[in-house]
Design a protein around this ligand. Structure first.
Ligand SMILES: Cc1cc2nc3c(=O)[nH]c(=O)nc-3n(C[C@H](O)[C@H](O)[C@H](O)COP(=O)(O)OP(=O)(O)OC[C@H]3O[C@@H](n4cnc5c(N)ncnc54)[C@H](O)[C@@H]3O)c2cc1C
Ligand code: SF4
Length: 542
């Protein structure tokens, strides 16, 4: 018997006279739903580990360990409260729950956030083996999106600030305006010092999970760092205390900065815990609203959690994960996704059960594969290599590196939105379909056009040079030899027709139109040369 089984057995509870719930891997909280208000001695929970889910995509090892150790610790925490716990390992969620519902009676479950799980469980809901109850972890409602789309985060955020009265006084926004975004765009000069990320005690249960990942999932990519795994509820709360003390006061000004000297800067690193249910958005927003910190940081942070996080969830839901856009059903990947680099390329990822591989929409017709550099081979581009190294070491990089380095470069290279989304999904420890698909497929690549963003987030080298120190140690010179300016102009030239109706692209397109024929030929030649070399896995040199 292993450490986890022994710990769970030591809290054995009678299973008689219990009302049973199924708790999915990302609802690990007793502060919402029936666990928050019903007598623990009258409740039982079912927790399922599913090796097939872990094998479905080449998930980062750190993510596999994070999910498993939190699920196991949650089992013990609930058993210690007096809840009866059934922890099972199943060939699929559906197979495990079918048998358990026959034995224990219909299981209640809060609506799963992941579409992928909802699709798998749909037949059980239809048969009454599972009974859906509302997910109480969201702060906002689908109606807050307003209308059939396109949707804008700003409008959504203004609406929910007013409706929920967050950062409002006497019906007016605190500080006189709803957004302080314009004040939050500083580069980070190296001071004030950025905090080091917290580390955690590695107990016998986390050790056992890490052994399982190392032995059974050794072929998955990414480094496994047990000391960087928050595992318990106490770890999650400690992380949040750390975030409040060390990150929140300076969150705003350096929100968009990037640096080789700190991968995390003043970002809180709470997304993996929020997305597993270990932290609750309500608690986060309430705490920050009460904090005595500069208003630009306070508002900037609340916008992320109350605005962006809720917004992308609703957009995903409203479009069925971009399978239905403006009422029209979109093509989906008919087979498995494509693999990547170094061992993965030969192994197709199995499609989700009942799944379709996800929306293939690309309004720009982008269809190239994710270059090997994203899987760790050197590109010679300092910004890209720096962020990719962080991702495979930590399963994390912050928002601007995701958007303005990884997504920007892939978009400039015409990488398929689907393939890039699948890459993000496996590479990041906070990725689940409802959050990764809107952020990458819609925001990062403009794959679904102006459905939720006003323009593609593409840029040449000036933005990266201004907001980071990457260029200082790059073999390219951002103003002379860097290929990004040409890639940017070539992108505008190639996609002129598709972007012509996008208001915020009118100025950039007008600038592109003023380029000479020779400049255009040069831009196109740089694009072809750089794209071909990166697709072959070659490092670029000036
Ligand atoms: C291309 C791309 C891919 C992304 N993929 C994911 C993903 O798979 N999972 C994920 O949770 N976030 C994703 N994001 C959003 C954002 O980058 C991360 O939530 C954030 O970097 C997490 O780090 P943090 O906790 O330190 O965030 P902080 O900067 O400290 O922000 C606080 C919190 O705000 C929330 N938040 C902010 N922006 C978003 C957003 N756009 N969508 C959802 N939540 C947001 C997160 O919960 C985050 O923890 C993605 C963004 C981009 C541009
Ligand atoms: S010079 Fe160009 S390639 Fe190098 S770090 Fe700067 S933006 Fe990236």
């Amino acid at each position: 018997m292993g450490a986890f089984s022994r710990a769970l057995a030591s809290h054995h509870r009678t299973e008689k006279a219990r009302r049973w719930l199924f708790v999915p891997y990302d609802q690990l909280s007793d502060e919402i739903g029936p666990l928050s208000r019903e007598d623990p001695k009258e409740l039982g929970i079912v927790l399922v580990e599913c090796p097939a889910k872990a094998a479905r995509r080449p998930y980062h090892k750190q993510k596999l360990a994070l999910v498993l150790t939190n699920l196991r610790h949650f089992a013990i925490e609930q058993a210690a409260r007096g809840v009866a716990v059934r922890h099972v390992v199943g060939a699929s969620y559906a197979a495990a729950l079918e048998g358990l519902s026959a034995e224990l009676g219909p299981l209640r479950v809060m609506r799963p956030a992941e579409r992928e799980l909802r699709v798998e469980l749909a037949p059980l809901f239809d048969r009454g083996a599972l009974l859906e109850i509302p997910h109480e972890g969201w702060l906002t409602k689908r109606e807050d999106l307003q209308g059939p789309g396109p949707w804008r985060m700003d409008a959504f955020y203004r609406g929910v600030r007013r409706r929920l009265g967050v950062l409002m006084k006497g019906g007016k926004p605190v500080g006189g305006k709803l957004s302080f975004d314009a004040e939050n765009r500083q580069a980070w000069p190296g001071t004030p010092p950025a905090p080091a990320s917290p580390t955690y005690e590695v107990d016998a249960i986390t050790e056992e999970v890490c052994e399982l990942v190392t032995s059974r999932m050794a072929h998955h990519p990414g480094a496994l760092r047990p000391e960087a795994l928050p595992a318990t509820r106490a770890d999650a709360e400690r992380t949040w205390r750390w975030s409040k003390q060390h990150c929140l006061p300076l969150f705003g000004p350096f929100e968009d900065a990037m640096s080789t000297r700190s991968r995390t800067l003043f970002h809180t690193r709470i997304s993996p815990l929020l997305n597993l249910g270990r932290l609750r958005p309500k608690q986060i927003v309430d705490d920050v609203e009460r904090m005595d910190i500069p208003l630009a940081s306070k508002e900037g942070f609340i916008r992320q959690v109350l605005g962006w996080r809720e917004f992308v969830h609703h957009v995903h839901d409203a479009t069925d994960g971009f399978r239905v856009l403006r009422g029209v059903t979109q093509p989906t990947a008919s087979g498995p996704g494509k693999g990547g680099f170094d061992g993965w390329s030969e192994e197709p990822w199995p499609a989700a059960p009942g799944g379709d591989g996800g929306s293939l929409t690309s309004v720009l017709g982008a269809d190239r594969p994710v270059p090997p550099a994203y899987w760790g081979s050197s590109s010679g581009l300092r910004c890209l290599d720096e962020v990719v190294a962080a991702v495979w070491e930590d399963g994390y990089s912050h928002h601007i590196t995701r958007l303005m380095v990884l997504s920007n470069i892939a978009t400039l290279l015409d990488v398929s939105p689907r393939e890039l989304t699948d890459w993000f999904w496996v590479a990041y420890i906070d990725a689940y379909d409802w959050v990764v698909e809107p952020n990458v497929h819609a925001m990062g690549t403009f794959g679904v056009g102006d459905l939720m963003t006003t323009k593609p987030y593409v840029a040449g080298s000036a933005y990266i040079d201004k907001m980071s120190d990457y260029c200082e140690s790059c073999r390219f010179d951002p103003k002379k030899s860097c290929p990004f300016p040409s890639l940017y102009w070539a992108f505008l030239g190639r996609h002129r027709d598709a972007l012509a109706g996008v208001d915020r692209m009118k100025l950039p397109l007008a600038s592109e139109a003023r380029r000479t024929a020779a400049q255009r030929r040069h831009d196109a030649e740089v694009f072809e040369r750089v794209a071909a070399a990166l697709m072959r896995g070659e490092a670029l040199a000036p």
